[in-house]
Design a protein around this ligand. Structure first.
Ligand SMILES: Nc1ncnc2c1ncn2[C@@H]1O[C@H](COP(=O)(O)OP(=O)(O)OP(=O)(O)O)[C@@H](O)[C@H]1O
Length: 277
């Protein structure tokens, strides 16, 4: 399933780590596209190369073969239109800088005026519900609030593409639900393209318009699944909907198959109906 107008195109991507007498073929061959304004979730067994893939997409790692193209341009380093949110908010925010300064920092590299930077910081903090926290230090905030700050920092940067690497893996379940709804809300309001890596099947189905299931390492695309749930999602109602259960079962089965090394299932039809099995 590759959009004719993909904003991000991953073609024949391969990554082999070499060094210290060790050779790990993390990604064998990955090809997929992400359309402008799409929210795509990537799931796969632990160690299948999700982080490696995201780093290649974000230009933080050079692929061994293949390429990533953003808006028609080959990615060879971190492109200006991309922002990252990592799992470890504790390490991604600078503890000696107040929240406002943390959010503002990347904007300084964009050469924006001071007043524009202030505007963007205030807007982003308000968007994540932390309008009052600009003067606090990260360590004065809860884990969930720190992750909101990391999201605000990415938003303030006004990215075309937001790359999120298991961003909610380290927060409690209630906070996680709130943050999932925050991301969906921001995505719908701002039309950002989101590539969201998670190991949580329910999270992938709840958040995504599409779920890409990766095989075990050395990684290929095991299956792509269209999430044909209504755009209005709700933590209670969506998660008990029969279609949600069908989709999560399908993803679960594919991940189990991936762990066993079973061949990829045929692609899902446009209606999103899984093929019979
Ligand atoms: N810098 C590195 N040098 C050597 N091998 C690496 C390096 N980074 C990752 N790997 C290996 O590449 C494979 C994929 O790792 P990666 O972290 O991308 O997987 P992941 O799917 O994100 O893992 P998890 O689900 O556990 O977070 C693993 O076998 C890992 O040991």
């Amino acid at each position: 399933m590759r959009s004719a107008h993909a904003l991000v195109e991953v073609s024949g991507l391969r990554k082999v780590y070499e060094g210290s007498g060790r050779r790990v073929e993390a990604i064998r061959e990955l090809t997929f596209g992400v359309g402008a304004g799409e929210l795509v979730c990537l799931v796969g067994p632990s160690g299948c190369g999700k982080t490696t893939l995201l780093k290649c997409v974000g230009g933080l790692l050079a692929p061994t073969a293949g390429e990533v193209v953003l808006a028609g341009r080959r990615v060879t380093g971190p492109p200006p239109g991309m922002a990252f949110v990592f799992q470890e908010y504790g390490r991604s925010l600078f503890p000696w800088m107040r929240v406002g300064a943390n959010v503002e920092l990347p904007l300084k590299y964009k050469g924006l005026s001071r007043s524009r930077r202030r505007e963007l910081v205030a807007d982003a903090l308000a968007a994540v519900g932390l309008a009052d926290a600009a003067g606090a230090y990260p360590w004065q905030l809860s884990g969930g609030m720190q992750q909101r700050v990391a999201i605000a920092r990415a938003l303030a940067y006004e990215p075309e593409v937001l790359l999120m690497d298991e961003p909610f893996a380290a927060v409690d379940a209630q906070t996680r639900a709130d943050l999932e709804d925050l991301v969906r809300g921001l995505w719908r309001e701002r039309g950002i393209t989101v590539l969201f890596v998670t190991h949580d099947i329910d999270e992938a189905v709840y958040l995504g318009q599409r779920v890409i299931v990766l095989s075990a390492s050395p990684t290929v695309v095991q299956e792509q699944l269209k999430v044909d749930l209504p755009d209005e999602r709700d933590q209670v109602r969506t998660r008990v909907a029969p279609r949600f259960a069908e989709l999560r079962t399908r993803v679960y089965e594919q991940i189990q198959a991936a762990k066993r090394g079973a061949p990829a299932a045929p692609a899902v039809t446009e209606s999103g109906t899984p093929p019979p099995h």
